[in-house]
Design a protein around this ligand. Structure first.
Ligand code: 13P
Length: 262
C-alpha cells in the first residue's frame, strides 16, 4: 500500500451520494485545494458509478481512489456484484470492507468480511476494514469484547505480510451520522486496544506501522483533538467529506495534530 503512517490519512466515504456530474464537481474542488494539504494522504471513496470518472480527474494527482464494497468472486452469475479486478480496472487501490451500514442493512458478517479481504488483497487492493460497537454494547461494557471478535474473525488466516495492506477503521456505530463523536480519550482507548491486538498477533513491526483510522461524525472542529491521539492515524469521514471545503479543513487539522505529535 502506497501510503505511510507518518502523515495523516483522511478518507472520504461518500456513501450513497453524488451523481457523476456532482462527483466530478466535488473531486475537482478537492483536487484544486489539495495543494494546501500536500502532506496529508487523501482517499476519496465515491459510489461505484463515479469511480472511473473520478479516477480520470485524479490521474495526475496523488489523491487515492477507493470503493465502498467488493464481492469475493472473480466472475460469474452474481447479479449486482463487483469483483476485485473490476475495482482495479476502475482505478481503485483501496476498498472499504464491512462498513457497519453493510453489516446492518445487507447482512454482512465477520465471515463475509474475511472472505472479502482475502479476495481483495491478492489483486493489489488495500482493505479498509471497519469495526465498531453499538451504543448498547458500549453501555454494557462489551466494547473490547466486540472489537476483539471482529478483529479475530475478520482477519482470520491473514499473514503479517497481508496486514501491510489492511487499514483498520474504528467506527463506533453510535457515532456514525449522529453528530455524536467519541471523545478523543474514548477513541484512543479502543485504538490502543486494536494496536495491542496487532502486536500480539502480528508482531511489533507490523503493529507499529499499521494504520488505524477513526470514523463517526468527524468534522473540522473535532479532528485536531482526535488525531492528536497517539494511536489515531487518520479519519474515515462520511457527511463532512461531501463538501470539498470541510474535507480539506479536516486534512488541515489532521496535519496540525501531526505537527504536534512529531
Ligand atoms: P459520518 O462522518 O457521516 O458520521 O460517517 C462516518 C462513516 O460512516 C464513514 O465511513
Amino acid at each position: 500500500m502506497n501510503i505511510s503512517i507518518n502523515n495523516p490519512i483522511i478518507a472520504g466515504n461518500w456513501k450513497l451520494h453524488k451523481t457523476i456530474p456532482e462527483a466530478l464537481d466535488l473531486v475537482k474542488d478537492i483536487k484544486k485545494a489539495a495543494s494546501e494539504v500536500e502532506k496529508a494522504e487523501l482517499i476519496v471513496i465515491p459510489p461505484f458509478t463515479a469511480l472511473a470518472p473520478v479516477r480520470d480527474v485524479l490521474e495526475d494527482s496523488k489523491i487515492h481512489v477507493g470503493a465502498q464494497n467488493v464481492y469475493w468472486e472473480e466472475k460469474g452469475a452474481y447479479t449486482g456484484e463487483v469483483s476485485p479486478s473490476m475495482l482495479m480496472d476502475a482505478g481503485c487501490r483501496f476498498v472499504v470492507i464491512g462498513h457497519s451500514e453493510r453489516r446492518q442493512y445487507f447482512g454482512e458478517t465477520n465471515e463475509t468480511v474475511n472472505r472479502k479481504i482475502k479476495s481483495a488483497l491478492p489483486h493489489g487492493l488495500a482493505a479498509i476494514m471497519c469495526i465498531g460497537e453499538t451504543q448498547e454494547e458500549r453501555e454494557s461494557e462489551k466494547t473490547t469484547e466486540k472489537i476483539n471478535r471482529q478483529l479475530e474473525e475478520g482477519l482470520e488466516g491473514l499473514t503479517a505480510g497481508d496486514l501491510e495492506n489492511v487499514i483498520i477503521a474504528y467506527e463506533p456505530i453510535w457515532a456514525i451520522g449522529t453528530g455524536l463523536t467519541a471523545t478523543p480519550e474514548q477513541a484512543e482507548e479502543v485504538h490502543a486496544f486494536i494496536r495491542e491486538f496487532l502486536v500480539q498477533n502480528y508482531g511489533n513491526d507490523i503493529a507499529s506501522c499499521a494504520i488505524i483510522l477513526y470514523g463517526g461524525s468527524v468534522k473540522p472542529a473535532n479532528t485536531y483533538d482526535l488525531l492528536a491521539q497517539k494511536n489515531i492515524n487518520g479519519a474515515l469521514v462520511g457527511g463532512a467529506s461531501l463538501d470539498a471545503e470541510s474535507f480539506i479543513q479536516i486534512a488541515k487539522q489532521g496535519l496540525k495534530a501531526y505537527e504536534e505529535k512529531k
